[in-house]
Design a binder for this molecule. Structure first.
Ligand code: DGJ
Length: 734
């Protein structure tokens, strides 16, 4: 009943908000001004029909926006600047028209404003060139409650031939400010999502990818620009944005004039000159951004909320606790091992078992990573009775079954390559690239069809399969397509991803409830381009809990906990050799989507009991972790010897606090840890979970505090030994 009333009040508020927007819009129209508004922010544009369409302002709502004109603060920059007439700065678009003219000059045709649903508005801005039949439509989708705007453009023409696009950004915004800083996320295989924070000096800072397949294995297509010095978690004015694309991207921050940063984001056009045919509409990927004047924490929470409500497949559904076979058995799969892993994860209280790489290939069994990709048939030596005994056992044990696939790839040693060598990305007149594996030409509809049917058939034959881990462990080399005509070879990088997305769409149409994980050599596909179709991503092949803490910290700036698979693996870690206590490894994985990535048989009985209890605890805190608001309290990047974060439920009646000791031995007393996001007036009882002993001996256990005290004064965390950690649940008591 209370929920219902709350929802009704919220609905009413949004209706009133939308009504007010309509009124304001009518008023502004008279002044040739247009607003794209969310609850706390506004983008202000101006332009007369047949005149230039200008961006004037983006930031917090300044009251009467009509005062922008007389204040002189208006940016007065074209919302989508084009190359050719005025050429001194970075541009969003560059086109070569059929007569060879390099210039495009856009004018406003119309602005249409629609309310799509309660909380979402769409502003469509139609622009045209005054000398060529060339058109650009800009879209701004505003998510009111979340304070997030999503933007993209559509480019088309009616010229008598092909227009060549050499620049076609999704987003362009000048930021006029002193002392701009950027936060971005660099990485490499096994070391993804490293936070880099740097001052934007004059010149161009570019974050990009051109490897074709794993577009986030190095840098992530997400940036924060803080306007006046480094932003903290709670302070600082900034814009945070991320590109929802699955392929090569480029984000540039060009400090071309003193105190002005041109932020531009889109597909990386360096390798992808685009041939646009008459009447063809090219849609750029979406750029999703938010503004915060309360630091990075608020920006992350805005993006997380948007993600759960709109940006992620099944963003409102709790994620299952799983066991993945990879680190436990690698490719050495047998029926007996799989059955015992199914039994074990079920006995531990888990909800899903995922059989990773190694189960397929009959003529060429998958004994290592150089064979079998493409042959998606069960290896009858390893699994003589097929998948059925496994899915049956999972069902009997009350858990779901999942399977690993790497659908875009082919090994030379495969039946598929013997049949279809032309399906591999390759160039005529050059040797085929004989690496570990080859990437298939997804621009070819026959290849798309093949991949779709492999997956669809597998799911039809085994309707119990509830989860697919979709891997991709290679890039594009020997760039060339047997399918695309000679004059369209430069479109391959883009056509590959259009093909890939067509496959995703078809799978989603036929299997909407299937859970899919995006994986690519670890964290090669951590982007909203994938999360439209996938429920979660694999962050890294490096499962060392210490390294993972840093990577998850970085990823948490843009991606909510429910999308972040975080698995407990063995110690010493298989990759780094680091020894980390089980509790620390489990506690850390409980900050994301909890999973296990080891042979449960390797747990001794004490460890087994601990993991079992932790899984039970995770089920209790899961709604808060997966759907609550994240507060990053102490960053490991600040070299403070500890890291701490918390999640708070929307109603502020339940929270989970984590602290991790990163020092060898803490010789000093940890400063009071001040909590965030609680209701100052509410009382919270602290309960330690995952305690080292069966009954918690922590002095804070069972103590009750007012939210106000916890946030203003804080609590004393006691951790001394290397890799000690603690989790507290905070429960509201009346
Ligand atoms: C790379 C992935 O990141 C791993 O988790 C694992 O699935 C292997 N591929 C299997 O080949």
């Amino acid at each position: 009943m209370i929920m219902k009333t709350m929802r009704a009040t919220q609905k009413k508020r949004i209706f009133t908000f939308l009504y007010l927007i309509q009124c304001v819009v009518i008023n502004l129209l008279a002044n040739n001004m247009y607003l794209v508004e969310t609850q706390n922010t506004v983008m202000v544009f101006s332009g007369k029909i047949d005149g230039k369409f200008l961006l004037q302002y983006f930031g917090s709502k300044p009251g009467d926006v009509l005062q922008i004109e007389k204040s002189g603060i208006g940016l007065k920059t074209e919302a989508y600047p084009t190359f050719g007439i005025e050429c001194t700065e970075e541009k969003a678009l560059q086109a070569t028209h059929i007569d060879g003219n390099l210039s495009t000059d856009l004018y406003l045709k119309s602005v249409d404003f629609t309310t799509l649903e309660n909380n979402v508005t769409l502003t469509k801005v139609s622009l045209y060139d005054n000398k060529y039949p060339f058109f650009v439509t800009l879209y701004y989708k505003a998510y009111i409650k979340e304070d997030v705007i999503e933007t993209w453009s559509e480019i088309s023409h009616k010229e008598k031939g092909n227009v060549i696009l050499t620049k076609y950004a999704s987003f362009f915004m000048p930021i006029s400010t002193y002392n701009p800083w950027t936060t971005h996320f660099h990485g490499a295989w096994a070391g993804e999502f490293d936070i880099i924070e740097e001052k934007l000096e004059r010149g161009m800072k570019t974050i990009k990818n051109h490897e074709g397949v794993r577009n986030t294995l190095t840098d992530n297509p997400s940036v924060i620009i803080s306007f006046n010095g480094q932003a903290t978690e709670e302070e600082g004015e900034l814009i945070a944005g991320t590109l929802a694309w699955t392929g090569n991207y480029k984000i540039s921050m060009d400090v071309s004039q003193k105190n002005r940063v041109n932020l531009k984001a889109g597909i990386n056009e360096e390798e992808s000159q685009l041939i646009l045919k008459k009447n063809e509409v090219f849609k750029t990927p979406e750029f999703i951004f938010t503004y915060s004047d309360q630091g990075k924490g608020k920006a992350s929470r805005n993006i997380h909320k948007w993600a759960r409500n709109y940006g992620v497949m099944g963003g409102d559904k709790a994620r299952m606790i799983l066991l993945n076979s990879w680190e436990g058995v690698k490719v050495n799969i047998t029926e007996a091992k799989m059955l015992s892993m199914i039994d074990d994860i079920s006995a531990l209280g888990g909800e899903l078992f995922v059989m990773d790489d190694g189960w397929f290939g009959n003529k060429y069994p998958r004994m290592n990573d150089k064979t079998s990709l493409g042959d998606w048939v069960v290896d009858s030596a390893k699994l003589p009775n097929g998948l059925q005994p496994l899915v049956k056992r999972a069902t009997e044990k009350g858990i779901k079954f999942g399977i690993w696939l790497e659908p875009e790839m082919m090994n030379i040693k495969s039946e598929l390559f013997e049949k279809h060598p032309e399906w591999v990305i390759q160039q005529p007149n050059r040797e085929i690239g004989l690496g570990r594996q080859m990437t298939m030409d997804l621009s070819n509809p026959k290849v798309q069809d093949y991949i779709y049917h492999v997956i669809n058939n597998l799911l039809i034959e085994n309707p119990e399969i509830a989860y697919i881990k979709w891997d991709a462990n290679h890039h594009i080399n020997n760039v060339g397509s047997e399918w695309l005509p000679a004059n369209e070879q430069s479109s391959l990088y883009i056509e590959y991803h259009k093909g890939l997305q067509k496959i995703f769409q078809r799978i989603r149409e036929s299997h909407p409830d299937l859970v899919m994980q995006a994986c690519a050599s670890g964290g090669g596909r951590v982007s909203y381009g994938y999360l439209k179709y996938f429920q979660e991503f694999w962050l890294s092949d490096n499962t060392d809990a210490l390294r993972k803490l840093y990577m998850q910290w970085g990823a948490s700036h843009f991606f909510p906990a429910l999308t972040m698979a975080s698995h407990v693996s063995v110690s010493p870690n298989l990759l780094t050799g680091r020894v980390i206590p089980l509790k620390f490894r489990v506690d850390l994985s409980m900050t994301g989507r909890l999973g296990i990535e080891m042979q449960p048989k390797d747990l001794n009985s004490e460890e087994w009991t601990f993991v079992k209890k932790a899984i039970e605890n995770y089920k209790t805190i899961r709604p808060v972790v997966q759907f609550g608001d994240l507060y990053r309290l102490v960053s490991p990047y600040d070299k403070s010897d500890i890291a701490s974060l918390m999640y708070v439920s929307e109603k502020q009646d339940h929270a989970v606090l984590y602290a991790f000791n990163l020092s060898d031995y803490l010789t000093y007393r940890i400063p009071a840890l001040k909590l965030k996001g609680l209701d100052p007036k509410k009382s919270y009882k602290i309960i330690e979970i995952n305690a080292e002993t069966s009954e918690s001996t922590n002095p804070l256990n069972n103590k009750v505090f007012k939210g106000e005290f916890l946030m203003d004064a804080g609590i004393q965390i006691v951790m001394k030994k290397a890799f000690q950690s603690v989790i507290f649940e905070l429960i509201e008591i009346q």
